[in-house]
Design a binder for this molecule. Structure first.
Ligand code: PEP
Ligand code: MG
Length: 841
């Protein structure tokens, strides 16, 4: 090989080696050579060369062998473009044969030489000659006496003696590795990890440092940070008399630094090599601009660096590593921001049981999705949805879950199953939607028909009982222990501060409760983009006045019952404003159909009749008369606001009185009031007139001035088309992509789950449009709405507040369309901040 021969290149500082032609490992080894690290002689074979090998065309093996010392043993390792794409396993000790066995026995002892030969015969037999692995596994267990036996077994199975010619050995190894890469299974596996169809494999041939023999010999790995936390911590494994990655696989490996009962530490055994290693690792970090794990071998006390790979890292460690590289001036801040995958960090963001809370453990299982949540036990998806509709947090308890349970899972705050492991349906979905989840709680007994779970010590829990799922450690707890809200550690906070410096689209949170608002604040959302108010009416002390209001015979009666709800709403808003002080809070007026607040079973109807002092038959008839064939397209949203205007009047009053209240001890609050489900300009005019009147009245009564902003939720196709008209009366337009998707497709958001997976599987829809914004259809409506809205008011504020708001692809779309902000669930705010910054860098 020469510099002009990239096909088979000796790895020197100036050799023509690149990641896209020779793979990441070859390139990294060249970088280590440039740093003058003690890397054994290495030759890199390009993707093209390896491809030719697979097709039967061998490069000049003698020329390759000529690069290495006479008698050297070699290893061959894969070098693909991205290490995650995998590749065939390394083959070590190539070149070992009877003659070298004799030489080596003299040099490093009989036992070490036999062990090396044995390893090679085994690896060659299994991976190159493709003989039965069981035969050789058994022989290997016999140790030294096994060598002769292994040779005989090889001869029996392969029907030829073990090949002695190093050139033949090497070419067979290269051929088998090249072919393994081109096999169908390997290709499918790497394509699943995002590799292109024609991804290439490079191979590196490297002289072995033996790791076995006299003096201190062995091999291991070292890195400077913890893979769990990313904090500085020298971590590694070292095993005397070992090769390759045996130290990692072996339970007998000894740790660095501390005395380890499993063996003496490297620091003790070879202090100089240990000191050098640490220095080399620090140099690699600085010059390769990355935390690297070093793979090394010690041969008779001398250190050899075989390889460096990017340190494996948890999401928490990824953040900390990126930040500390930037803080040390090794990479620019923008690069640190770019290096962290937004989706990966979402798992850092969960509510947890407070560390000092008392835990009454009633069972445990696999900790399948992190975070903790408290709720009432429900045993079916339907009950979960009913519970969510009542605004009662619930925990879905199932033997195991299946796709029919998904809607119930969405409606629950946590999931507990009797069966399953980390990749069971419940676990995968739970992680996907950020729901705490414990699966495989097999020591608890689940009685679905009796609606009971029996926990430790025979304690029985029934539907409606309150439990807590701790998906971080797999515990199931009785009752509601204290929780701590999710928060960001220092490194995460720093990274997001840097992200914010670059970000050019706002991020708000959808927050309905004080706890949500606090989370939004902790995650530095720039305000609340959507506060849904309806859940506030499901609380126990409110549902009865709410029902009385619905049944009121005339306006005066209705006003009287609403007057009972007013102070409660005022208190809700005052608290939200206080938590979010200084930041905008957008409150959406009442949206759902009224009958959702009415009982749907006999007992409920009887209770209501009692409360209203009416005959049950009367109440039943009136509940029935409120029923609609298609409630999501019926009397809800602004339509209710116009036909039963007292509800919005009350809410507006509560908002403005809370504004006055919360402005007393801080910056003036400027509330935003949003009208849902608009489809015509006149709707906005009518509501606006009344709200203006309420504002004037409150200013008058309180003798205090305040501002407010009125906005329209654009969530019907007609509102998008008529945005120019509607914008005349609005300070802002917020696109509700949940309803907009439902109405654009004519597809019920509550029923789509039945066939969605089939639709996606068949490629009818590329993705579930309720999860990933349909940029082609719904997206065009967003663009039309934004454009027309801006036509009549160039200053109008534009945003999106459907579930899509936190999704990186949707953020990209909204940014392109010139939106001012996106609003997403509080837990997705950090992900959104990072994703938005990456778009701007
Ligand atoms: C929407 O429709 O997108 C929305 C945000 O409102 P909701 O989900 O409450 O209907
Ligand atoms: Mg909506």
């Amino acid at each position: 090989p020469s510099l002009q021969d990239p096909a088979v290149a000796l790895v020197t500082p100036s050799a023509p080696i690149t990641t896209p032609t020779h793979g990441g490992r070859a390139k990294c080894l060249q970088r280590l050579v440039r740093l003058d690290l003690p890397v054994p002689c290495t030759v890199a074979l390009s993707f093209e060369t390896v491809h030719e090998i697979a097709a039967g065309e061998m490069p000049d093996i003698a020329k390759i062998l000529a690069q290495f010392d006479d008698g050297a043993l070699l290893c061959v390792r894969p070098s693909s473009e991205d290490p995650d794409w995998g590749g065939p396993g390394a083959i070590l000790n190539i070149g070992m044969n009877d003659a070298r066995y004799v030489d080596l026995s003299d040099r490093i002892g009989h036992e070490a030489a036999a062990s090396i030969y044995m390893r090679f015969v085994q690896a060659y037999a299994v991976h190159v000659a493709r003989l039965d692995p069981d035969v050789f596994d058994e022989i290997a267990e016999d140790g030294q006496i096994g060598l002769g036996e292994a040779m005989r077994a090889y001869e029996d199975e392969a029907e030829e003696p073990f090949p002695q010619d190093p050139a033949r050995q090497l070419s067979e190894v290269l051929r088998s590795m090249a072919r393994a890469w081109e096999g169908t299974t390997a290709r499918l596996l790497r394509q699943a990890k995002g590799a292109p169809m024609d991804a290439g494999l490079g191979l590196v041939v490297q002289e072995m440092a033996l790791g076995l023999g006299q003096g201190e010999c062995g091999s291991g790995v070292l890195q400077l940070v913890s893979s769990e936390t990313g904090a500085p911590q020298i971590t590694g494994r070292y095993l005397s008399q070992s090769q390759g990655r045996e130290a990692l696989a072996s339970g007998a490996a000894s740790l660095f630094l501390e005395k380890d009962p499993r063996g003496r530490s490297l620091e003790e055994l070879a202090p100089e090599a240990f000191a050098n290693l640490k220095e080399h690792a620090a140099l690699m970090r600085r010059r390769l601009r990355e935390e690297m794990q070093i793979e090394f071998t010690i041969e008779n006390g001398r250190l050899h660096i075989l390889d460096g790979v990017r340190v494996a890292r948890s999401p928490q460690a990824a953040v900390r590593i990126a930040v500390s590289l930037a803080e040390d001036g090794i990479i620019p801040r923008e690069e640190a921001v770019m290096r962290v995958e937004p989706r990966a960090i979402s798992e850092l963001l969960h509510r947890q049981v407070a560390p000092d809370a008392e835990r009454d453990v009633i069972g445990f299982g696999v900790a399948a999705s992190p975070g903790a949540a408290t709720g009432k036990i429900v045993f079916s998806a339907n009950e979960a949805q009913a519970s969510a509709a009542r605004g009662e947090p619930c925990i879905l308890v199932r033997r195991e879950t299946s796709p029919e349970d998904i809607r119930g899972m969405h409606a629950s705050v946590a999931i507990l199953t009797e069966r399953g492991g980390m990749t069971s349906h419940a676990a995968v979905i739970g992680r996907g939607i950020g729901l705490p989840c414990v699966v495989g709680a097999s020591r608890m007994s689940f009685h679905m028909r009796r609606k009971e779970v029996i926990g430790e010590k025979g304690r029985i829990f029934r539907a409606g009982d309150i439990i807590t799922i701790d998906g971080t450690n797999g515990q199931v707890l009785k009752g509601a222990p204290a929780m701590v809200e999710a928060s960001l550690d220092d490194a995460f906070r720093t990274l997001l501060d840097w992200a914010d410096e670059k970000r050019d689209i706002g991020i708000r949170a959808n927050a309905d409760t004080p706890a949500d608002a606090q989370t939004a604040r902790n995650f530095m959302a720039e305000g609340i983009g959507l506060c849904r108010t309806e859940h506030m009416f499901f609380e126990a002390d409110r549902i009865t006045p709410m029902r009385e209001m619905i049944f009121a015979d005339d306006v005066e009666d209705r006003k009287a019952t609403l007057a009972m709800l007013l102070p409660m709403q005022r208190a809700d808003f005052t608290e939200l404003f206080r938590i979010m002080q200084g930041l905008p809070v957008c409150i959406r007026l009442f949206d759902p159909p009224l009958h959702e607040f009415l009982p749907n079973d006999r007992a409920g109807l009887r209770d209501l009749a009692e409360a209203l002092d009416l005959p049950v038959s009367d109440v039943t008839r009136r509940v029935e008369s409120l029923g609609e064939y298609n409630p999501m397209l019926g009397l809800r949203g602004v339509r209710l606001g116009i036909t039963v205007p007292e509800i919005y009047d009350m809410q507006a009053r509560a908002i403005f009185e809370a504004t006055v209240e919360a402005s007393k001890d801080g910056e003036p609050v400027v509330p935003e009031v949003m009208i849902p489900l608009v489809s015509a300009r006149r709707e906005v005019e009518l509501v606006r007139t009344r709200i203006d009147a309420v504002a004037a009245a409150v200013r008058n009564e309180r003798g205090q001035d305040f501002d407010y902003r009125l906005g329209v939720m654009v969530e019907t196709p007609r509102a998008c088309l008529r945005a120019a008209d509607i914008a005349h009366h609005a300070h802002f337009l917020s696109f509700g992509t949940n309803d907009l998707t439902q109405m654009t497709y004519g597809l019920s958001r509550d029923d789509a789950g039945r066939f969605m997976s089939e639709y996606v599987r068949l490629g009818v829809y590329p993705e579930d449009p309720f999860h990933v914004l349909d940029t082609e259809g719904v997206g065009e409506l967003l663009q039309i709405g934004a454009e027309r809205g801006r036509q009549s008011d160039p200053e109008i504020t534009l945003s999106i507040c459907g579930e899509h708001g936190g999704n990186p692809e949707s953020i990209a779309f909204c940014r392109e369309a010139g939106f001012d902000y996106v609003s997403c669930s509080p837990f997705r705010v950090p992900v959104a901040r990072l994703a938005a910054a990456q778009l701007a860098i």
